[in-house]
Design a protein around this ligand. Structure first.
Ligand code: C2E
Ligand code: MG
Ligand code: MG
Ligand code: MG
Length: 285
């Protein structure tokens, strides 16, 4: 054919854009459905203390089952949900489901595992979410210590004073707060100064290079030292290899999460894989 390479490249580019537009369209349709939560699932990824490899909890990660039964990761549809008010309903769905799950596991196995849920700053503007959180504390079988709120992005964007109040509320209830994806984007050192976090989640891009001796490792070491100095915990995200785990032990990081020790999985699988060594409590008569 007479088509030049440039035109072919343009056609490929068009096809990509077309595919993206189609996907976005499908997400928007899905988010408009009244029963949209039927297509949502919660996956759970384990978190472990190191060096002893003890299970400390799980992070709840949302999934969307698309029209063609594909399991879709959240980045794209969470962003679109944030542009509408759907994120508030999704957030409450996640909160309720994750809390019921951790109540069930901790009661069944007599544990004090923590459940981490992701909350975007936009969700913190919803009074509905806050009242839902307060209501949860009335549930007799729920211990607020079991809940960890993971926050990323620019939390100060909606007014530092209001955010400080929300943090105080979480703390007064007894929940802990983690700063997610620390070291990239908006999750910065100055954020640590203004808000009292309990834990730093060190972002995966920083962990990727940690097994190589050099700057990457020194930076993670400095973050761990910084956290210890101001009295907060550290967990490394996206740990994929034994070498990374060893390096994290060496710099004194306290917890890890990553494919090396466990991928996000549905609840039944989480129980079979990660709770199998706990003895279930005898049913009370
Ligand atoms: P995140 O909170 O930083 O979650 C960690 C992400 O890293 C998850 O991606 C997880 O599957 C992935 N991950 C964990 N370990 C590894 C590893 O060893 N290697 C690699 N390559 N990846 C790993 P996922 O589930 O796709 O979630 C992406 C983001 O979507 C989350 O990042 C979080 O910001 C957001 N998100 C997930 N669930 C929710 C939710 O219920 N509500 C809100 N607002 N956001 C959510
Ligand atoms: Mg997270
Ligand atoms: Mg993260
Ligand atoms: Mg994140």
């Amino acid at each position: 054919h007479a088509k030049s390479q440039g035109i072919n490249k343009f056609a490929v580019y068009n096809a990509v854009i077309d595919g993206q537009a189609k996907k976005r369209n499908e997400i928007e349709l899905f988010l408009r459905k009244t029963d949209f939560y039927q297509d949502l699932r919660l996956y759970y990824q384990p978190q472990f203390s190191i060096p002893d490899h003890k299970l400390t909890g799980a992070e709840a990660l949302i999934r969307w089952i698309s029209k063609d039964s594909e399991i879709m990761t959240p980045v794209e549809f969470i962003k679109i949900a944030e542009e509408t008010d759907r994120i508030n309903e999704i957030g409450i769905w996640v909160l309720k489901k994750a809390v019921l799950q951790i109540i069930a596991w901790n009661n069944k196995y007599d544990q004090n595992l923590k459940m981490g849920i992701n909350i975007s700053p936009k969700q913190l503007n919803s009074t509905h979410l806050l009242s839902e959180l307060k209501q949860l504390t009335q549930n007799q079988s729920f211990n607020p210590n079991w809940l960890d709120i993971e926050i990323t992005e620019n939390i100060a964007m909606d007014g530092e004073y209001r955010m400080t109040q929300i943090f105080d509320l979480f703390k007064s209830i007894g929940m802990s707060i983690s700063i997610d994806d620390f070291g990239i984007g908006y999750s910065s050192i100055s954020t640590l100064k203004h808000f009292s976090f309990d834990r730093i989640k060190i972002a995966k891009p920083l962990i990727d290079s940690i097994a190589v001796n050099g700057k990457g490792k020194q930076i993670v070491k400095a973050i761990v030292l910084l956290a210890k100095t101001i009295g907060i915990q550290t967990i490394a995200e996206g740990v994929e290899t034994r070498e990374q785990l060893d390096a994290l032990v060496a710099v004194g990081c306290e917890q890890i999460q990553g494919f090396y020790l466990g991928r996000p999985v549905p609840a039944e699988e989480f129980e079979a894989l990660f709770l199998k060594d706990f003895t279930p409590k005898k049913p009370q008569v």
